[in-house]
Design a protein. Structure first.
Length: 201
């Protein structure tokens, strides 16, 4: 058995049923996805893509975090979501360290807004989060994000090269370009690239 509540285990033991740990076996099996499963995961992610498009349109100074959460719930259920498990909406000073919840806080100009959407489509779930900045492209959060992105790309390029006493690490004369992280023009910009994790429960 891979997962069950503790009273279930106790009751099975009372019935003299031998229980063995099958969690790792199930985790290994779930790594193999059929074409149908991949299509379901892609559909679940596409539903979140559409929701984030609506969030980007609704983000403006004065809107509250709980209003964005209500909009996202409505949109996901309209598209056929089985269950909207959780939506994290965090903005401003609540972003660091960010809690896994939302509040009635009003978003102000130039602030960062973080969202994480977890929902299920035919049992296939997403954990899909994005960061936005409500302000100009030259604001401080964008500059910090651009620096982090450049550092991450430098680290990823130099990671296979290990330092040794005989061969010092090579360093590039100039940092790699960060054009792929440049924001779109307008009052609302996407501050960070997207991250997504999907699973079947």
């Amino acid at each position: 058995m891979d997962f069950a509540e503790v009273p279930t285990f106790f009751e099975l033991q009372k019935q003299q049923i031998d229980i063995r740990d099958g969690q790792q076996v199930m985790l290994d099996a779930r790594q193999i996805k059929s074409r149908d499963e991949i299509a379901l995961l892609s559909t679940a992610a596409a539903m979140v893509d559409g929701t984030y498009a609506d969030i980007a349109e609704a983000l403006r100074p004065g809107v509250r975090e709980n209003e964005i959460v209500a909009l996202a719930n409505k949109r996901l259920y309209e598209m056929g979501s089985d269950d909207v498990e959780s939506i994290n909406a965090v903005s401003g000073e609540r972003c660091n360290p960010h809690p896994h919840n939302f509040s009635d806080r009003m978003i102000r100009p130039g602030e960062q807004a973080f969202f994480d959407i977890m929902h299920s489509y035919n049992g296939y779930r997403t954990c899909y989060y994005r960061c936005f900045v409500v302000g100009r492209a030259g604001c401080l959060p964008w500059k910090r994000t651009r620096g982090c992105a450049a550092g991450a790309r430098r680290s990823s390029r130099s990671w296979p090269r290990r330092r040794s006493a005989r061969s010092p690490a090579r360093r590039s004369a100039s940092p790699p370009p960060t054009s792929r992280f440049r924001p779109r023009t307008g009052s609302k910009i996407t501050c960070c690239p997207r991250w997504i994790g999907s699973s079947r429960r």
